[in-house]
Every structure is written in structure tokens, then in C-alpha cells.
Design a protein around this ligand. Structure first.
Ligand SMILES: [Zn+2]
Length: 163
């Protein structure tokens, strides 16, 4: 169901926490080194950006690293809404309609639609991201290479099945 009043469509923190709960259902892992240990949420101003810190590799990250949302200036609330629009409509929705419905410029909507379609092309609602996480856990040397990126794309598609 597409409940437009849900906080994930209007509140950036709620949207990010929603993504975190999907991506890290089995626990937070570092998208840089694949590690699970010594990861903590940063406080203060960094908390507003959803930053986490991995002690073993000394890198910071957010839930969007390695996903279709990475380095995007478009609010996550709009991304999630776009995913829902695209996946909940039987005949699909054009970028032009997305631009009108979500209050985006046509150029932005076109870019998002392109990325989302790419993400959807990589497969169905598989559990690859979970499998990849389990593998990363068993081998600390595993890096989020192409498999990790693919998993992230699939994860992006899975958002559509969330409330
Ligand atoms: Zn790390």
C-alpha cells in the first residue's frame, strides 16, 4: 500500500532509518571493508547525516554507500516515493509523470527513473544482500566488490516491498 502520509515520504531521518532497517536487517556492516565489528553511529551533526564509523578501516559511511542512492543530492524521501510509484503501478509511470507528482524537475526525475530501472533490471526481490552479508561475516577479507554492489541494487528494489 502506498500511504502518502507515512513519515518515510516526508521525513529524511525516517526515510534513512527505513533504508537502514532493510539493508542492515542482519546488523550494520561496513560497505568499505565488509566488517561487522567496532562500528558505531556518530553523534552530533554527523548523526543528522546518518554517519557511521568503522574502527578497523577508519572510514565513515552512510546507508546509501554502494547503492543507487549514493552521492545523490535528491532527498531519500523522494527516492523512496519514486520507487513506490514505479513499482506499484501496473503499467509503469513515466519520468514525466514522476516529475509532476513528486515536485522534481524533469531532469532530476529522468535521472532517478533511469537509475531505478537499472536497479530493477538486475533481478527480482532476491535475498542476495543477506547472503552477501553472511559471506562477508564469515570472511573478513571480503570486499564489497561487484557482488556487493549488485546486492545493493537488489536491496534498492526490495524497498518496494516494505511498508
Ligand atoms: Zn570498514
Amino acid at each position: 500500500m502506498f500511504d502518502l502520509t507515512a513519515p518515510i515520504y516526508s521525513n529524511e531521518t525516517a526515510a534513512r532509518e527505513h533504508l537502514e532497517s532493510i539493508r542492515w536487517a542482519d546488523g550494520v556492516y561496513c560497505p568499505h571493508c565488509g566488517g561487522f565489528d567496532d562500528i558505531r553511529k556518530l553523534g552530533g551533526a554527523a548523526a543528522d547525516k546518518g554517519l557511521w564509523h568503522c574502527k578497523p578501516c577508519c572510514k565513515k559511511f552512510t546507508v546509501t554507500v554502494g547503492t543507487v542512492f549514493e552521492r545523490s543530492h535528491i532527498p531519500l524521501t523522494k527516492w523512496i516515493a519514486a520507487f513506490h510509484l514505479l513499482c506499484s503501478s501496473k503499467k509503469g509511470i513515466s519520468a514525466h509523470q514522476g516529475h509532476r507528482m513528486l515536485g522534481l524537475t524533469y531532469k532530476t526525475a529522468w535521472f532517478m527513473w533511469h537509475r531505478i530501472r537499472e536497479a530493477m533490471k538486475t533481478g527480482g526481490l532476491s535475498n542476495v544482500s543477506r547472503r552477501w552479508a553472511a559471506r562477508a561475516r564469515s570472511s573478513r577479507l571480503t570486499k564489497p566488490s561487484s557482488a556487493g554492489r549488485m546486492a545493493s541494487l537488489r536491496l534498492a528494489v526490495r524497498i518496494t516491498s516494505a511498508p
